[in-house]
Write a protein that binds this ligand. Structure first.
Ligand code: AMP
Length: 308
């Protein structure tokens, strides 16, 4: 079975949406990616850092989903990364209220020995220097490296971000961030410019409007499933990334055609993530739930047209 290394924040989040407000709950990019990838039963390890304030229960939750947590360092005297955000009424845009790096500020990642030869690497959202540090520890060239990032790192570590972008095969990024990174409004032009920075594949996430996959002149579009209820979009992007890389790790096929399926899986899993606060929905998600929704997805996008 192929192995997957996941790096990203493991965090406390405090979220405010038009439907309610949470205190500090479990969050973080690696958490959402791991929960999504666990749907594929892949051999995955998370690399991250938390403080002494982080409950063991949360680490157990990941371990119970078969995610190796030995690469999650616990800094006993430190505080866990904290993020807080507030969603606007459209639920597609949000303001970040706080980003407290805490133990992430001096984090030196250590990839567990058994995973240094992994074929798949998911560089989830966190400092680009940490992402570079993980890649440098791999003892053989992975088959596929996927990078996810966000505006925070464009604002605070652009030079290092460009370094890591130049080293990856796939980047997943949301529409606003693609525009910020390239200075281009058109997503087609933005994707071309990002190709020129390094990644052969560019995935642009458009929230409730789906996702676009670009590879040279090929483009694939997956809509987001129209949902009756969107409760909390936090982690949808990471869940998408986890579904995308989880599916590719499981199938061990990195062709463009298979990446299309990976995008569909990513969108499907993200559609569950937003139904409850934080990681709640992803914790109980069953394979049956996923299959049912994949069928809905297929029905939604299926049509027969005769071209005359
Ligand atoms: P998403 O909604 O997919 O963009 O991801 C939200 C998750 O990203 C939250 O659980 C946060 O803990 C985490 N997060 C927020 N800001 C950052 C950041 N600057 N670096 C890494 N992770 C972050």
């Amino acid at each position: 079975m192929s192995k997957l290394v996941i790096v990203g924040t493991v965090a406390f989040d405090a979220i405010e949406t038009p439907f309610g407000k949470t205190d500090k709950i479990l969050g973080g990019a690696a958490t959402f990616i791991g929960l999504a990838a666990s749907q594929f039963n892949v051999d995955a390890a998370a690399v991250s850092v938390v403080g002494g304030d982080f409950p063991q229960d949360y680490l157990d939750l990941l371990a119970n989903k078969n995610i190796d947590t030995t690469g999650i360092e616990i800094v006993k005297e430190g505080k866990t990364f904290f993020w807080s955000g507030k969603y606007h009424n459209d639920m597609n845009t949000r303001d970040t209220l706080a980003t407290e790096l805490n133990v992430l500020a001096d984090f030196n990642p250590v990839v567990p020995e058994d995973y240094k030869d992994a074929d798949y690497v998911m560089l989830g959202n966190l400092h680009p220097i940490v992402q570079i540090g993980v890649l440098e520890q791999m003892t053989k060239k992975p088959k596929l490296v996927v990078l996810d990032t966000m505006n925070f790192w464009m604002d605070n570590a652009l030079e290092d971000l460009h370094k890591i972008i130049s080293k990856v095969d796939v980047i997943t990024i949301n529409d606003e961030e693609a525009r910020q990174l390239t200075g281009e409004y058109s997503l087609v032009v933005a994707a071309r410019k990002i190709h020129e920075m390094g990644p052969k594949y560019v995935v642009i996430k458009k929230g409730e409007h789906g996702a676009l996959l670009f590879h040279n002149d090929n483009v694939f579009y997956a809509p987001a499933l129209p949902l009756e209820e969107v409760f909390d979009p936090t982690g949808a992007g990471d869940t998408f990334a986890g579904g995308f890389i989880g599916y590719l790790t499981k199938t061990d096929d990195i062709s463009f055609d298979n990446m299309k399926n990976a995008v569909i899986y990513g969108s499907t899993l993200a559609s569950f993530c937003v139904e409850k606060f934080g990681t709640e929905r992803m914790q109980t998600l069953s394979r049956q739930d996923v299959h049912k929704r994949l069928q809905q997805f297929s029905d939604l996008t299926q049509f027969d047209i005769e071209l005359s």
